[in-house]
Design a protein around this ligand. Structure first.
Ligand SMILES: *[C@@H]1O[C@H](CO)[C@@H](O)[C@H](O)[C@H]1NC(C)=O
Ligand SMILES: *[C@@H]1O[C@H](CO)[C@@H](O)[C@H](O)[C@H]1NC(C)=O
Ligand SMILES: *[C@@H]1O[C@H](CO)[C@@H](O)[C@H](O)[C@H]1NC(C)=O
Ligand SMILES: *[C@@H]1O[C@H](CO)[C@@H](O)[C@H](O)[C@H]1NC(C)=O
Ligand SMILES: *[C@@H]1O[C@H](CO)[C@@H](O)[C@H](O)[C@H]1NC(C)=O
Length: 513
């Protein structure tokens, strides 16, 4: 049986799980005062944050400029406020700006960093400047600042970099210092071993937890369940859940969605549905959308269309605005369940109500059209999308490309490869498998012109190589054609004229020099 990470819902779940483990380090270290932040926002009392937020993708120095101006104009700077801004920037993945703000606090203002703030800064340094810089920062910390928080933050860096040995060493060191007996570092290490597929080590850490009398949390349960499922120990999961209940561990909705996805994948649909019922009970009063998106996706994986439609109804009734993520989830669910008429209906509903155009939704509709071989409707939709988005989308290209290749219509497929070369930043991808299919086709059909066009695309996409030229030459030979500029072109592409290419060139009538 495949591990649960083999379908999209579970992959999403795992990603969420892992990032939760990562974020937990610094979040737990300092819970933000949500209520205060909300109150401040309402009063419009955050002009400084608004300026920082407005920096968007501005480069290095921009944060310092805003801060210096703020101070010059008499603005107050309190450590607590600034740290709150750091956390908000971090939440929106503005890591470089968050770090620059912290650097400014220390370098320009001589502010003292609390141990918690050192931990946050270490995490940011890792994200912006890499693991080596984070290690150096840790080494340079004054001794009293080397406590469970900063050790924990460094451990988290090693774990997210999958640096097993360093993580294990550091954990041992923490153990010696007596600061390893808490949930956070153990969860982190467990996550690492789970990612590495070292399930025995996950188990032994759980044993260690019991010996040290460390109480597991919901996340611990998620990691263990995922690890059990990946090592085919589905039966152990029920025991685990009992143990969690005995220990009074509050399972969160993510535990139930993990459980449901494991059961779905093991084809235990009834058990999955019962986990989903528990999930829904737990979140029915919550204003978080994510669990409902998961419910929809998991019911789709369980093959239950009526529940998908029911949850969609709940989402629409519960939330004033339906987000593009929810729409996307619903389209994916209907695609999975093959209800393409309803999919079209939901897509049209979004099309007539969206605030921001989201190509992912259009791609989903294109995919659905292609699934029912309605290539013309799909092309029409992509034409229409051209008016809405500035740039062609790589996913769109791949969808059409694979569709036409699947139909054996290589002429249309080639057009989409050519479209792909117009993508910004070489976003298009052609793997060896796809490349091979084209080459085989051109050789078999003695289509030198097509092969030339294809090679031109490979060159633009930066993936032309010796094998591509061998195939091109074989196509020329098959077609009984010749081309005197090929040898030079191969040289221009900095490809070595190896024995095989040389031989093919000669056979084509190119004497060389
Ligand atoms: C920072 O901490 C050091 C040592 O604890 C102390 O001497 C110094 O006065 C503090 N500086 C500020 C600005 O609080
Ligand atoms: C879908 O779920 C509902 C509620 O759990 C259940 O009553 C129904 O039998 C399920 N339908 C299918 C097709 O599994
Ligand atoms: C989803 O919608 C929001 C707001 O409506 C928009 O800002 C965001 O860019 C959209 N997401 C994508 C991936 O297009
Ligand atoms: C991509 O190729 C198709 C032909 O298959 C064409 O209709 C479409 O306009 C092209 N798209 C772009 C953005 O060039
Ligand atoms: C000959 O080969 C070069 C390099 O691959 C290519 O640019 C050119 O179009 C080819 N000429 C013909 C007539 O196919």
């Amino acid at each position: 049986m495949a591990p649960p990470a083999s379908f999209a819902g579970a992959r999403l779940l795992l990603r969420r799980l892992l990032s939760t483990a990562t974020e937990a380090v610094t979040e737990a270290a300092a819970p933000a005062s949500n209520a205060a932040a909300k109150a401040a926002k309402k009063k419009g009392a955050r002009p400084l944050y608004r300026q920082l937020s407005a920096l968007g993708k501005a480069g290095e120095g921009s944060v310092s400029r805003v801060m210096n101006k703020w101070v010059r104009e008499g603005g107050t700077v309190r450590v607590e406020d600034l740290v709150k801004h750091v956390k908000d920037l971090r939440k929106y993945k503005r890591h470089a700006h968050a770090l620059e703000l912290m650097d400014w606090m220390v370098n320009a203002r001589g502010m003292n960093m609390s141990h918690t703030n050192h931990a946050i800064r270490l995490d940011l340094i890792h994200k912006v400047r890499g693991i080596q810089a984070a290690e150096n920062y840790f080494d340079d910390l004054p001794d009293p600042a080397k406590n469970h928080r900063t050790y924990g933050a460094l451990l988290n860096c090693y774990c997210s970099e999958k640096m097993e040995e360093k993580a294990a060493d550091l954990y041992r060191k923490m153990d010696e210092l007596g600061i390893a007996s808490s949930t956070l570092p153990i969860n982190n290490l467990m996550t690492l071993y789970m990612k590495l597929g070292q399930h025995r080590k996950v188990d032994s850490l759980f044993e260690e937890m019991k010996v040290k009398n460390v109480k597991p949390v919901s996340l611990t349960c998620c990691i263990l369940m995922t690890s059990y499922a990946a090592s085919n120990k589905i039966d152990a999961i029920e025991e685990l859940l009992k143990e969690m209940a005995e220990k009074d561990v509050d399972l969160q909705w993510s535990a139930y969605s993990t459980l449901a996805s494991i059961y779905v994948n093991a084809n235990l649909v009834e058990k999955a549905e019962s986990a989903l019922k528990k999930l829904e009970e737990l979140v029915c009063d919550s204003d978080d959308r994510q669990p409902f998106d998961f419910l929809m996706s998991l019911y789709a994986s369980a093959g239950n269309l009526s529940e998908v439609n029911r949850v969609w109804g709940v989402i629409k009734a519960k939330f004033f605005k339906v987000t593009n993520t929810s729409y996307l989830g619903m389209l994916q669910a209907l695609y999975k369940l093959n209800d393409l008429d309803r999919l079209k209906q939901i897509f049209e509903e979004w099309e007539s109500s969206y605030e921001a155009y989201d190509m992912r939704l259009t791609n989903m509709m294109i995919r659905a059209h292609l699934k029912s071989s309605k290539a013309e409707e799909a092309e029409l939709l992509s034409e229409k999308a051209k008016e809405k988005v500035e740039e062609l989308d790589s996913k769109t290209c791949e969808l059409f490309l694979d569709y036409y290749v699947g139909k054996g219509d290589m002429t249309s497929a080639l057009k989409w490869v050519e479209n792909m070369t117009k993508l910004p930043k070489k976003a298009g991808k052609l793997d060896q498998d796809r490349i091979h299919k084209f080459q085989k086709y051109f050789e078999e059909h003695k289509d030198a012109e097509g092969a030339e066009r294809f090679c031109k695309c490979l060159r633009t996409l930066g993936c032309i190589d010796g094998r591509a030229y061998e195939s091109l030459l074989r196509t020329y030979l098959a077609a009984g054609k010749t081309n005197r500029s090929l040898r030079q072109q191969i040289k221009d592409d900095k490809i070595e004229i190896c024995y095989d290419i040389g031989k093919l060139l000669k056979r084509m009538g190119d004497k060389g020099r």
